[in-house]
Design a protein around this ligand. Structure first.
Ligand code: ZN
Length: 409
């Protein structure tokens, strides 16, 4: 079982994530920051130093340095702050983020978007009035009016105006044309994709993805007990908004990418919108929600759900709901916009969770099995005790009292 969304670069790109040679320091006493910033302090610029953390992060953090460090030289301050940051972010994550940032800057300086309005994404222009109204009403009734749930945890609805799809397709084609003409290596949404485009790499489209996630997808997920996917409700109710996203376009067809087999997404919630489709075939199959431990376990017949995605339709599901798209019929083509919505707090909590997560079908099954086993064991003991009691009672000339246990034979 693969995890979709590893954010690798395809197409033989020679650019690899930068690995800096910063050395971890162990000799220093525990490095601590001050609780309050020194607002009068003017931070240094670290842009010209070869460091693993970005200059802007270090400059912002500098105001929190303890007084004795504020007057130290830049190298000493950078080392002190890097030691602290390293406890929170792995070096690999940091190099990836730095590489991604540089990569985006290169695109921004070279690529001219066809449509300049992406960064001011206007819901009135691109979203259907019924969808907008339901979200702003924000009630169970308004959500049920526009969203159907053909299978537990699979929500289906219409959200975009046709003009949105036309503009998006033209923009993606323009990106490809530009990349081809300039020989620019574009990042692909996953390892196997050769045609997909990561929307977040292009100025404006990243802002659009964020807005969609925060202003429109989050309110749907937050609707407690309305839809089956609300296993995240404890977090959402605490106001824990999604805090990162990964938006991309994927295309399947004869001369496009082959669809992915069964996989889970690297997301808490996934929005999958069919942007364009020609001819029939290539349905999406959902095959049970699983936690990390159980993602490879067998499919049970009752958890299989096949859905024929039509053009313009949006599907919302949990990233951990295993799914895969069937190959399209010959000459069939489809393009989907995918938006992974992530919540780092949920992941953090998941790593410490010892109990069965109630949203994993296999965990729920195991829990039920364990409960029925322990119940059966208890019944066995009770039966034996009753038998012993009967024996003792008989031996002492008493008549045993009949005790009825529900389901006992
Ligand atoms: Zn599980």
């Amino acid at each position: 079982m693969a995890v979709d969304g590893d954010e690798t670069v395809g197409g033989g790109d020679s650019q690899q994530p930068v690995t800096t040679a910063a050395t971890a320091t162990t000799e220093m006493a525990i490095a601590r920051l001050s609780r309050f910033p020194n607002m009068d302090h003017i931070s240094d610029n670290y842009g010209d130093l070869k460091l693993e953390f970005s200059s802007s992060v270090l400059s912002s953090l500098e105001k929190y340095l303890p007084p004795e460090m504020l007057t130290a030289n830049r190298e000493a301050k950078a080392k002190f702050m890097s030691d602290i940051l390293r406890k929170y972010i792995s070096r690999e994550e940091c190099s990836k983020a730095k590489w991604r940032n540089n990569y985006r800057q290169r695109i921004i300086s070279k690529y001219q978007p066809l449509y300049r309005g992406w960064c001011n994404f206007d819901p009135e222009l691109f979203l259907l009035p019924a969808f907008r109204n339901a979200i702003s009403e924000n009630t169970e009734e308004s959500f049920r009016r526009i969203i159907s749930e053909p299978f537990p945890g699979v929500l289906v609805f219409q959200m975009f105006q046709p003009d949105f799809f036309q503009k998006l397709i033209l923009e993606v084609e323009n990106v490809r044309k530009w990349a081809h003409e300039t020989n620019f290596p574009i990042r692909r949404p996953n390892k196997t994709s050769k045609h997909g485009v990561v929307l977040d790499d292009y100025f404006g489209l990243d802002i659009m993805s964020k807005k969609l996630m925060e202003d429109f997808i989050f309110p749907i997920c937050k609707g407690k007990e309305i839809f089956y996917l609300n296993a995240l409700e404890r977090l959402f109710l605490c106001g824990a908004m999604f805090d990162s996203h990964h938006g991309f376009i994927i295309e399947n067809g004869e001369d496009r990418d082959a669809p992915l087999g069964y996989h889970v997404d690297d997301s808490e919630i996934t929005l999958n919108v069919c942007v364009r489709k020609q001819f029939e075939g290539g349905e999406i199959s959902f095959v049970g929600t699983r936690c990390q431990k159980h993602k490879q376990t067998n499919i049970k017949p009752e958890e299989v759900f096949r859905y024929f995605h039509t053009q313009g339709q949006a599907i919302l599901h949990r990233g951990r709901h295993r799914h895969g798209a069937r190959a399209t019929a010959p000459s069939c083509y489809r393009a989907n916009m995918i938006l992974f919505c992530r919540n780092s707090l949920f992941r953090e909590m998941e790593t410490y969770e010892k109990e069965f997560p109630e949203w994993c079908d296999e965990c729920a099954h195991e829990k039920k099995e364990k409960e029925s086993q322990s119940l059966a064991a208890k019944r066995k003991v009770t039966k034996k005790e009753r038998h012993d009691f009967a024996q003792v009672s008989f031996e002492h000339g008493y008549e045993p009292v009949g005790v009825l246990i529900a389901g006992d034979d």
